[in-house]
Design a protein around this ligand. Structure first.
Ligand SMILES: C[S@@+](CC[C@H](N)C(=O)[O-])C[C@H]1O[C@@H](n2cnc3c(N)ncnc32)[C@H](O)[C@@H]1O
Length: 426
């Protein structure tokens, strides 16, 4: 009852102040307000007094925050932030710390709720690392959060992965639809899926045909490359991968460039509990290609799409910091110039596949979406670029390829790079 009376009294006072624009303030209020304006004008970033004064004016003098904002030129949220920061630290906790670093600590605690650190510890770290802006502090603590999560995931994944011994860190000659069901639920952090596209068809009987394929010495073998089969193996990923996905994991799906994203694929994803968090473009070269005089069609393919799917309702987890955040990934294609190198004897004929992804691109994706020891699965592995990247970065891996010729060649490439890795680490 008493508090109700206090509240209505306070409202009445505030209304009166608003009517007279502050003319009814006592001398003490006016003096405090003047002092606050003075400190704010000086941009005194180390002044605990600012926070205390705002608190006193709001509580003791019953001034509304809107009126205070009107009289100081500072936003309501900023003024409340000053007051709440001062209120969060007792007098004895302020010694040796600036108001600014305490303010930063409060902001970090509010924004990164998952960070299991108390306010004083956050502030100590801000001082220790000399962080002065929100941007610096945020980057520092996000990195810390990611490390925390990596450590806890590492503990969990060790148990899950034990159940997959004999299956992982191996190459499988199989249809991926027969292998994935054998994996334990929640075990895969990243599906790196580069299925046949089946859309660049130039021959009536189907099958991929490049204008240069017969002469350039690249491999072109590919199963399920007719338009219908390619779509089927692509959409089958969604129901099969969902239960196998580890927390914070994702499915990275390569799709044709120079074409709209296929509605059938997006629909299958939605119907099976996925959402497309990001749609990226892989630009296959930094140099402009497709000379205008050289055309059979008005536009030429020089990119691929990379769709990133997460479990519906989840956000894409942030792993390694410091990598580019651009949605355009520029990585030189390994097939460009390969024919010339074959002619010169630098590469053996057939040692590059037409669909082979650059190792650097795969390494980028592995670093972006996994921590060391996480499991990376490549269901359409062919040359094994994805698993080679994973192994080099100390991730666990699984290679699956159904085409026998591609498997024989790709798994040998994987074995060679594993051997060189174990030599390097021995
Ligand atoms: C576009 S290529 C992948 C290229 C690979 N990313 C690389 O860097 O070498 C697609 C591969 O998937 C294989 N494939 C097609 N259907 C498959 C299936 N159901 N299971 C496993 N592999 C399959 C094809 O034989 C082909 O080698």
């Amino acid at each position: 009852m008493a508090s109700k009376t206090r509240k209505s009294l306070r409202k009445r006072v505030i209304r009166k102040q608003q009517r007279c624009g502050g003319a009814c303030w006592s001398r003490r209020t006016a003096a405090r307000l003047a002092r606050l304006r003075e400190l704010l004008r000086r941009h005194d970033r180390n002044c605990w007094e600012i926070g205390d004064l705002v608190g006193q004016l709001l509580a003791g003098h019953r001034i509304s925050v809107s009126l205070l904002a009107q009289h100081t030129g500072y936003s309501k949220s900023r003024l409340s932030e000053f007051h709440l920061t001062a209120a969060a630290f007792r007098k004895d906790q302020r010694q040796g710390f600036t108001f600014q670093s305490s303010l930063l600590a409060r902001r970090i605690q509010r924004r990164l709720g998952a960070l299991e650190m108390d306010l004083l510890a956050i502030r100590r770290e801000i001082r220790e690392f000399g962080l002065t802006t929100l941007r610096q502090a945020r980057a520092h603590f996000v990195r810390r959060l990611v490390q925390q999560q990596a450590a806890s995931w590492g503990r969990k994944s060790a148990t899950v992965l034990q159940a997959t011994e004999g299956l992982i860190d191996r190459c499988h000659h199989a249809d991926y639809r027969d292998v994935l069901p054998k994996l334990p639920d929640g075990s895969v952090k990243l599906f790196l899926a580069d299925p046949p596209f089946g859309v660049y068809l130039h021959l009536p009987h189907g099958g991929y045909l490049s204008g240069r394929a017969s002469t350039n010495g690249l491999r072109i073998n590919c199963d399920n490359n007719s338009a219908k089969a390619a779509l089927e193996v692509t959409t089958a990923l969604f129901p099969l991968c969902l239960t196998k996905l580890a927390p914070g994991g994702c499915l990275v799906l390569f799709q044709p460039g120079c074409r709209p994203d296929r509605p059938e694929v997006l629909r299958a994803a939605t119907e099976n509990g996925w959402s497309c968090a990001y749609a990226l473009t892989w630009a296959k070269t930094s140099k402009p290609t497709a000379a205008p005089g050289n055309c059979s069609e008005p536009y030429a393919v020089s990119s691929e799409r990379i769709l990133i799917f997460v479990r519906y309702g989840e956000r894409l987890q942030w792993h390694e910091q410091g990598l580019s955040r651009s949605d355009v990934l520029v990585f030189e294609s390994e097939t460009h110039g390969a024919s010339r190198e074959m002619e010169q004897g630098v590469l053996r004929y057939g040692d590059v596949h037409m669909f082979q992804k650059p190792l650097a691109l795969m390494e980028f994706l592995v670093r972006k979406h996994t921590f060391p020891q996480d499991l990376v699965v490549e269901p359409f592995a062919c040359s094994g670029a994805g698993v080679v990247a994973a192994a080099r970065l100390r991730r666990r891996w699984l290679y699956i390829e159904s085409n026998l010729a591609n498997f024989a060649w790709g798994s040998e490439r994987v074995a060679r790079s594993m051997a060189s890795l174990s030599v390097a680490t021995a």
